[in-house]
Write a protein that binds this ligand. Sequence first.
Ligand code: PMT
Length: 400
Amino acid sequence: MAHLFNRNVLLGVSGGIAAYKSAELVRQLQQLGATVRVVMTRGAQEFITPLTLQALSGNPVHIELLDEQAEMGMGHIELARWADLLLIAPATADLIARLSAGRADDLLSTVALATAAPLMLAPAMNQQMWKDPATTANIDTLSFRGIRIIGPAAGQQACGDIGLGRMEDPSIIADAAACLFQNSHLAGKHIMITAGPTREALDPVRYISNNSSGKMGYALAAAAVDAGAITTLVSGPVTLKPPERIQFLSVQSAQQMLDQCIELIPECDIFIGCAAVADYRPTKMDNQKIKKNQAKMTLQLERNPDIISAVAASKHRPFTVGFAAETNNVIAYARDKMQRKGLDMMVANDVSNHTIGFNSDNNAVTVLWHDGENTLKLASKASIAQQIIHIIAHQTRQNS
Ligand code: PMT
């Protein structure tokens, strides 16, 4: 069944009598697993209060384009980037006309222009307005741009007319939204993904580690499962909840991560090494807490095994994808690492920019393979993950 787990749905509500159905739509979207935020037009607030939609969605409702508070935290650009889907229900004739003209005269129409996420509309209006050639032309324009139109449904209208124009049932709209994300690019494939940092113990309470939050690797696991793959996530210690419907293996150290990967690699078709594996570990771990009785202390470290090189050199070698966290000469160093580690693909991540890379919600990367590359512009890690999975699916098909 289609679902919306790990999906951010931005619900736009415009001003028609069907706006009261948005409350039910929020629930339906949540039941399918979505995180929902709501943007309302001024007209919508005449039909349903922001408070209702705030209480149901569990998130503040966004109303003003020029709202100082909102611009600091979650302004139109942040909302546009946050969304995996912009769903406008109900979409009135006026809003449809404004979207068709590319106007940006309120928050909702501005977000619609600013987002790279797919856009879905559930029109609702009087049957005569729906039939009007101006509306038909606007709908044609929007459909031509790839915007999905759900409904309207036929039946008795609030104004007493009978005909096409009622907003489609919220459960049908929610299902259509979920179906948007269903794909089978990796159906039948087994993919293993490493995520998060590793911890290399010095003593029972201290360790060497790094700032990886696991967000990128977990987003990849969610995107892989959505693409139909049997997905195993091998994760270092992070605070994230693992995505639904995956095999989850929790590890601490690089050695444990290596052991898990090597055991399962013969079953895998694709491996993605997104974990920030500690390159070194203490030569010995003290069984007791180390006493601070010396003014200076020298740690002796030894190299950790290179997990992804071991995977790429294994007998049952999967299609192997690495991540290269670099601060300078990003593409050249990433390409060099891809060759040295014997990988099929490398995702170059510029970690000198703290708004992308370690512990950020967004990312921007360049995906490299032996005779090509693709730059993925700044977007949420969920969106970047979907694009990477798409490229991997394409490349594995080319190689098979
Ligand atoms: O977790 P987030 O906060 O979301 O941050 C995401 C990220 C920045 C950690 C991620 O996008 C990323 O760049 N991961 C790779 C980090 C890294 O260790 O890069 P590297 O250039 O040092 O390693 C290159 C490749 O070798 C990686 O695929 C790494 O998993 C692998 N490696 C490294 C060392 C080692 N001992 N074993 C390995 O398998």
